[in-house]
Design a protein around this ligand. Structure first.
Ligand SMILES: Cc1ncc(COP(=O)(O)O)c(C=O)c1O
Length: 427
């Protein structure tokens, strides 16, 4: 009998190797679901907010009550573009509240925004006809770890280091380095998350318009990932706006409002991109999951979801961020040259330990041995060819778990970091 092959194809090997995102999801799963007692300040699971859970419970009960809707939500495939009613409520909402000027042809629904990025990156980046090649350019790293390995072609992603501006007491902020930004002929799209996972940075309206202008001049797309931003979950602590034109692809998600397991992502783009996207969705998924769409379409038509995002989700995270930053500063040794990125949105503290005597990966392992899980920063400096000391000196900390756990985690972090700096000053 011939042996079954153990080798995978080149694409199979790329897709199945250990990656930052697979490690992160493994850590998240072992800690959150198994009650292992670990302090889970690593992954990006949204916090459980009682008022939001109550809202979703009522929405689910309402769906159960609506004659035939529940059966349809479970029992009938949607078109690969998404559910008609859900899309209609989104068109009305985005046009009325954000003046986007879109129609049904500009929206598609995906199985979570992660899968939308898989489709979009591979639709625009990679090998083209006649030997041409397409890159996706991240104009500011650190960027979302989940982008790193989704290109079928290993060299699809390229990236640009940021400008670092130090500010205030132990603070800093990343900015797009427009002077060094080179958008070569091969670049087919720029992509940013706004607010940015991992740093909590928000690219301001002025700079995002500048990126949109550059994209327009080059005839390429600007992809803006609003997983943490407007209009839901709205974990955004500074004034910023949503805008769209045909060069822009907007991505949204229901995950961070507290519905990550419904796997619902939303894409707004030019109609031909939406048509292509829907065809790709049919090939990889047939259709997107419908339960999240069925549960939330009335919450969007009634504006309840954006309203609760503004009135409940945003203040919840804002207060948590303020508290975690205060603890961090209280616990951290003043003599250590650390800097915290400005927390302008999202769920993370991003800390930079200048001249950290060990790499952030080694620090992560030492913290893990003490049952504290964070994410080492180097994973987020995606597609950087040259080594950069800064990328080895950062950590991402999820600040929105239970207060007690966050404080305990920060105490462990402060102690371990102090020990490392002390050891190195003695040697
Ligand atoms: C910036 C960003 N974009 C996209 C995603 C993907 O989320 P989902 O697939 O749950 O919509 C995440 C998840 O953490 C994220 O942080």
């Amino acid at each position: 009998m011939p042996q079954l092959p153990t080798q995978l194809s080149l694409f199979g090997q790329k897709l199945c190797r250990e990656s930052g995102i697979s490690e992160l999801m493994k850590d998240l799963n072992s800690g959150l679901q198994n009650n292992s007692g670990a302090l889970m300040l690593g992954g990006g699971n949204p916090a459980r907010i009682p008022a939001m859970e109550q809202l979703y419970r009522e929405a689910m009960l309402d769906l159960l009550e609506r004659k035939d809707d529940f059966e349809q939500a479970l029992g009938v495939y949607d078109s690969p573009q998404g559910n008609d009613e859900f899309i209609e409520s989104l068109v009305d909402f985005f046009n009325q509240e954000h003046q986007l000027g879109i129609s049904k042809e500009n929206i598609a629904i995906s199985n979570g925004s992660q899968s939308a990025f898989f489709h979009l990156f591979n639709m625009l980046g990679g090998q083209y006809e006649k030997g041409e090649f397409g890159n996706i350019l991240l104009p500011l790293v650190p960027e979302y770890i989940g982008y790193a390995d989704i290109g079928i072609h290993p060299e699809m992603l390229i990236s640009q280091r940021p400008l670092i501006k130090e500010c205030g007491d132990h603070g800093f902020k990343y900015h797009v380095d427009f002077q060094s930004l080179k958008i070569g002929k091969q670049v087919k799209a720029l992509c940013v998350s706004r607010p940015t996972n991992p740093s909590g940075n928000v690219i301001g309206d002025h700079d995002i318009k500048e990126l949109a202008k550059l994209a327009k001049e080059k005839g390429i797309y600007l992809i803006i990932d609003n997983a943490y931003g407007l209009p839901f979950p709205n974990i955004l602590f500074q004034d910023s706006h949503l805008f769209w034109d045909e060069n822009i692809i907007l991505s949204f998600s229901l995950s961070k409002v507290g519905l990550p397991t419904t796997r619902t992502g939303i894409i707004i783009a030019r109609s031909d991109i939406i048509t292509s996207f829907s065809k790709a969705n049919a090939i990889t998924s047939l259709a997107s999951g419908r339960v999240g769409q069925a549960m939330t379409h009335q919450l969007i038509s009634s504006r309840e979801l954006p309203k609760m995002s503004q009135q409940v989700i945003k203040p919840f995270y804002e207060q948590k961020a303020k508290q975690a930053r205060a603890w961090f500063k209280e616990l951290m040794d003043e003599n250590i040259e650390y800097r915290l990125h400005e927390t302008e949105g999202a769920m993370f503290l991003w800390v930079w330990f200048k001249d950290l005597p060990i790499s952030c990966q080694e620090l992560y392992e030492k913290l893990k041995a003490e049952s504290l899980l964070v994410v080492p920063g180097h994973y987020f400096f995606i597609a950087q060819e040259k080594s950069w000391q800064h990328s080895q000196e950062c950590l991402r900390i999820h600040y929105a778990q239970d207060d007690e756990k966050v404080k305990k985690g920060l105490e462990i972090l402060a102690r371990v970091v102090r020990e490392e700096y002390t050891k190195s000053s003695r040697s």
